[in-house]
Design a protein around this ligand. Structure first.
Ligand code: 5AD
Ligand code: FES
Length: 346
């Protein structure tokens, strides 16, 4: 195992079999070594700086029906909302005062929002905050739509691939969604020039070590600028309500493996990680993550954007989360960075 860790560190990509072997057979001591190596790698590139992104969950309408997701179309129990332009700008204003220089606009695949509306939002944010990077995370769109957002000034796009295995993809999604289209979207986004984020859930239902190995090979091949991973956590109003959640341990191992495989990638310690363990995000940073994404959404909508049960911070103001995270990072020897935190090629 130590030899595989060393090879990963030297950026020799492992084979699928080797990844399965590594993920399945790490001893407790191997895990410590893996985390240490990953932590050293992230310190080499990012020192003790943690990048922050202010997350604005601007709509929870969604036309999709992914089996794992709490805001899926079929969930009638969730009250739907969409923030107004002024609401969104207010979140950015508050965020900017708090030191955020990246805003992430995330939403369900809200079929009622037109490209023109998205473009207006991008223009307004970029006009008022020219020193900030803007990230969109609104799902699968056509090449032309992606291009129009990019031309309007959007810098980055997050679209987790969710799983790189066809069969597994079909177990997580209804028939109208395809892995092929999702991958094509990611390739299109890259071609257009976005900084692109992919990723997947750890411990999603029916996931095997072979699937995870395929996810890692897919990531290496795509070579995204950002990778978002977090544990799967069941939501009580979904078909996966009674499925087991992903584990802290496996999520941390994968954060470390991804850090070694893509040494300069932007890798968040996610809210889901903070939800399955009170110190999950701190442990994520120590295992090789280098980004946190606190919530800037207005408190009155936060509960309505529950992708999974017991999501943290749904009662906290933006400022509380910002200072809470600053405190948490300080405790483990890290500082929040006040800049855009763009991807830096090696
Ligand atoms: N548990 C954990 N993560 C989830 N996501 C959606 N539903 C869940 C869940 N139940 C993740 C998906 C999506 C991202 C926005 O949130 O990976 O891409
Ligand atoms: Fe939200 Fe700690 S980050 S309360």
């Amino acid at each position: 195992m130590r030899e595989l860790i060393r090879q990963l560190e030297e950026e020799r990509i492992l084979t699928k079999e080797e990844f399965v072997d590594l993920l399945g057979n790490l001893t407790a001591e191997d895990e410590i070594v893996l985390k240490e190596r990953a932590n050293l790698t992230s310190r080499r590139y990012f020192d003790n700086k943690v990048y922050t992104r202010g997350l604005i969950e601007f709509t929870n309408y969604c036309k999709n029906d992914c089996y794992y997701c709490g805001i899926r179309r079929s969930n009638r129990a969730v009250e739907r909302y969409k923030l107004t332009m002024e609401n969104i700008l207010d979140c950015c204003r508050e965020g900017h005062k708090l030191g955020f220089r990246t805003f992430v606009l995330q939403g369900g695949e809200d079929g009622r929002i037109s490209d023109d509306e998205i473009i207006t939002i991008i223009h307004k944010i970029k006009e008022e905050f020219p020193d900030c990077a803007l990230t969109l995370s609104i799902g699968e769109k056509s090449y032309d739509s992606y291009l129009s957002y990019y031309k309007a000034g959007c810098d980055r796009y997050l679209l987790r691939h969710e799983t790189a295995n066809e069969e597994h993809y079909r177990k997580l999604h209804p028939d109208n969604l395809s892995l092929e289209n999702r991958k094509q979207c990611l390739r299109n986004l890259k071609e257009i020039g976005y900084q692109v984020g992919a990723g997947f859930m750890v411990g999603s239902p029916y996931q095997t070590l072979e699937h995870i190995a395929e996810d890692l090979l897919f990531l290496k091949d795509l070579s995204p600028h950002m990778v978002g991973i977090g544990p799967f956590i069941p939501h009580h109003e979904t078909p996966f309500a009674n499925q087991a959640k992903g584990t802290l341990e496996q999520t941390l191992i994968l954060i470390s493996v991804i850090r070694l495989m893509l040494p300069n990638v932007l890798l968040p310690a996610t809210t889901a990680l903070g939800t399955i363990h009170p110190n999950g995000r701190e442990m994520g940073i120590l295992a090789g993550a280098n980004v946190v994404m606190p919530n800037l959404s207005p408190t009155n909508v936060r509960k309505k954007y529950e992708l999974y049960d017991n999501k943290i911070c749904t009662g906290d103001e933006a400022a509380e989360c910002r200072f809470c995270l600053e405190r948490r990072m300080k405790k483990i020897g890290y500082e929040l960075a006040v800049d855009r935190g763009d991807f830096q090629p090696i």
